[in-house]
Design a binder for this molecule. Structure first.
Ligand SMILES: NC(=O)c1ccc[n+]([C@@H]2O[C@H](COP(=O)([O-])OP(=O)(O)OC[C@H]3O[C@@H](n4cnc5c(N)ncnc54)[C@H](OP(=O)(O)O)[C@@H]3O)[C@@H](O)[C@H]2O)c1
Length: 266
């Protein structure tokens, strides 16, 4: 167990988009990373933290950590969890950001470990503007919640939910939400073109939406509704048409009023 104020012994598994965003945020927040172990198969230095060593696999001999943070893809977890058991003592906080993977299955993969926090960030985390929802298993202590809160605040705001079942709603709203907003912008752009603006004035956010949309994932399921024939595109097109129509009417009314005032003055 670490003494109060001493650096956390922490193993971060996965240094992709989210792992790097976390490390970047921790540095910005001034966290002492002298006992941080980074593991990623590429073993490449991180763009924002060239001085930190990235190991291709967990080091040997294994030492129990204060925190083991799981930032690998959900489908990788079943394979890696058993190998992490030597790093996990009863006091170790396991913090997972893997989408959709339950506390129960993480616990099972770690031989029944009890202190687990599951968190769900969203893409604005890459620029430290994310919203992360988190839920703690029954075995997690208040000081561990405070540690997790501090670690996750490095990528934005943190909100704690009481029940794990609420994480599905979080995933559907804050996880997939950026894609819905990008699609709204896309619809506005194409409605702008339909209303007569040149294409270069109507920027295309489709690429951003595609970046957030994993095949067969939650965002794709939500977008299937939003992008259907009865979905957002026709609604936005009619909305923009109505507003443009009203703008033309107001112009005509102003013209008529101006003409009347001109006649009255003459
Ligand atoms: N990105 C988001 O907006 C977002 C939002 C919410 C939750 N999440 C969750 O965050 C997690 C990470 O997402 P991400 O976007 O950062 O994915 P990512 O960019 O693919 O990063 C995952 C990293 O883990 C590495 N990796 C693969 N196997 C490994 C192993 N055995 N040990 C250590 N590292 C390993 C990958 O290396 P290779 O590429 O070489 O395989 C990759 O560098 C996922 O579980 C995802 O569900 C992401």
């Amino acid at each position: 167990m670490r003494a109060a104020g001493s650096p956390l012994a922490m193993l971060l598994l996965g240094c992709g988009n989210m792992g790097q965003a976390l490390v970047h945020g921790w540095r910005q927040a001034g966290l002492d990373l002298s006992r941080l172990l980074l593991v990623d198969p590429q073993a490449q230095p991180l763009a924002d933290a060239q001085d930190l060593t990235v190991l291709a696999k967990p080091p040997e001999p294994a030492q129990a950590q204060d925190v083991v943070l799981l930032a690998v893809k959900p489908q990788v977890l079943p394979d890696v969890l058993p190998a992490l058991q030597p790093f996990v003592a009863p006091h170790t906080l396991v913090l997972s950001i893997a989408a959709g993977v339950s506390v129960k299955s993480i616990s099972a993969g770690l031989g029944g470990h009890q202190t687990i926090i599951r968190a769900m960030p969203n893409t604005p985390a890459a620029i430290q503007r994310g919203i992360t929802a988190a839920v703690a298993s029954a075995g997690v202590t208040e000081p561990q919640i405070a540690v997790a809160d501090q670690l996750l605040q490095a990528i934005g705001k943190v909100r704690w939910v009481a029940q794990e079942a609420q994480m599905d709603a979080v995933t559907a709203v804050s996880g997939s939400g950026p894609a819905y907003v990008f699609y709204l912008l896309e619809c506005l752009s194409s409605a702008a073109e339909s209303a007569g603006l040149p294409a270069d004035l109507a920027r295309d956010p489709a690429v951003l939406r595609q970046q957030v949309t994993s095949p067969h994932g939650t965002t794709e399921a939500g977008l299937d509704v939003l992008m259907s024939g009865q979905g957002l595109a026709p609604l936005i097109r009619h909305t923009v048409e109505a507003a443009a129509r009203r703008s033309r009417e107001l112009g005509k009314e102003a013209g008529r009023n101006g003409a009347r005032e001109g006649e009255a003055r003459s």
